[in-house]
Design a binder for this molecule. Structure first.
Ligand code: ACO
Length: 329
């Protein structure tokens, strides 16, 4: 097993208070039922950002708590990596807004775009920066306001997603704790399984784009499901191999929270029983890049992650992208 170079020093989450349950959808004009959503996805409710709550504000809330718990002052941060598919504006990055909100005056800051795998990509980039000696301390955030890009007229996608942020402070490891292995992959030939077709630089937003709603998320659900199970299973194996561990060494599996059926299939492949799997998709829906750091923060708070726990993290998302990591706490 490799000596850890970077370790998690503190975690936090920023969750908008408004809860929308499956039972609220019919009143919002969405033709669906609680039973359909629970049976297909396991989702019962999700938090949605309201006016004035932004990707930056949720990221800042999560980051501030993570820094307090790590005992890190904003002026000590060297870099802020914000994984997001829902930046508040396209230029400049939302990470610089978070830097300004936190008063992290010495920090570099940039957004990272890898959809639901974004936070694990960000952790891997931050670990590399620490390993190479470029930085000592990073704030790695996953934050999403997915309610701003889903099509509220498309019942097959709008019921799946939620808003929120999770953050960790990553520091040079001084003990045997920290990141033991990391793995990242992508397959751009499958980009159109989950994407926003227009509204970028190729076809900028126009009245026609708005009219055909092609700036909003489109997803081939069944295809995505198939690839998600395959990729997350592969990623779990790779991270375990990288850390020279087996599933028996894992105290907790935290998979990306998209769907309980995908989570169960991934756990089964990895040979990890469900009582060692963290599931909160029922309460948050799919929060994309925020899902794993939110789950880590909760798991520490409720004692599922303890001092010395070995945790396997696995993500999958649009791109397609997938990634995994083994962390000793
Ligand atoms: N309520 C009621 N009925 C619905 C709803 C809804 N919200 N949405 C779709 N249906 C209907 C469809 O219209 C269809 O009806 P039909 O048979 O009369 O045409 C029927 O339900 C079946 O639709 P499918 O799309 O085939 O349903 P499926 O069983 O595949 O479940 C789901 C759909 C839940 C989206 C599933 O495919 C899935 O979970 N895919 C993975 C999606 C995912 O996890 N994406 C995120 C991963 S990547 C990331 O996190 C960004």
């Amino acid at each position: 097993m490799k000596r850890p170079i970077a370790a998690i020093a503190g975690t936090g989450r920023g969750i908008p208070p408004t809860v929308v349950t499956n039972y609220d959808f019919p009143a919002m004009g969405i033709d669906t039922t609680h039973e359909w959503i629970v049976e297909r996805t396991g989702i019962v409710e999700r938090h949605l950002a309201r006016e004035g709550e932004t990707t930056c504000s949720m990221a800042t809330d999560a980051g501030r708590i993570a820094m307090e718990r790590a005992g890190v002052h904003p002026g000590e941060l060297d870099t802020i990596i914000l994984a997001t598919a829902t930046p508040d504006r396209l230029l400049p990055s939302t990470a610089v807004d978070v830097q300004a909100s936190l008063g992290a005056s010495r920090a570099s800051a940039f957004d990272l775009s890898a959809a639901c795998s974004g936070w694990l990509y960000g952790m891997t980039v931050a670990e590399g920066m620490i390993m190479s000696g470029v930085i000592e301390t990073a704030l790695v955030i996953g934050a999403e306001k997915l309610s701003s890009i889903v099509d509220w007229q498309d019942r097959s996608t709008c019921v799946l997603f939620g808003d929120g942020a999770g953050a960790v402070v990553l520091k040079r490891a001084k003990t045997g704790k920290g990141i033991l292995s990391a793995y990242m992959r992508s397959d751009g030939t499958l980009a159109e399984l989950l994407y926003r077709p227009e509204g970028g630089a190729t076809v900028p937003i126009t009245a026609d784009v708005l009219e055909r709603r092609s700036h909003l998320v489109k997803m081939a659900g069944r295809e995505v499901f198939k690839h998600a199970v395959r990729s997350m299973s592969d990623a779990a194996d790779r991270a375990l191999d990288g850390a020279r561990l087996t599933s028996a060494d894992i105290d907790l599996l935290i998979p990306h929270q998209a769907n309980t059926r995908i989570i169960e299939a991934t756990a089964k492949h990895a040979g990890i029983p469900m009582d060692k799997v963290y599931v909160n998709v029922d309460r948050y829906g799919n929060t994309s890049s925020a899902s794993i750091p939110i789950a880590i923060d909760e798991a520490i708070e409720n004692g599922r992650i303890k001092e010395g726990s070995t945790v396997l993290l696995v993500a999958f998302g649009a791109g397609l992208t997938w990634a995994s990591m083994v962390v000793r706490f």
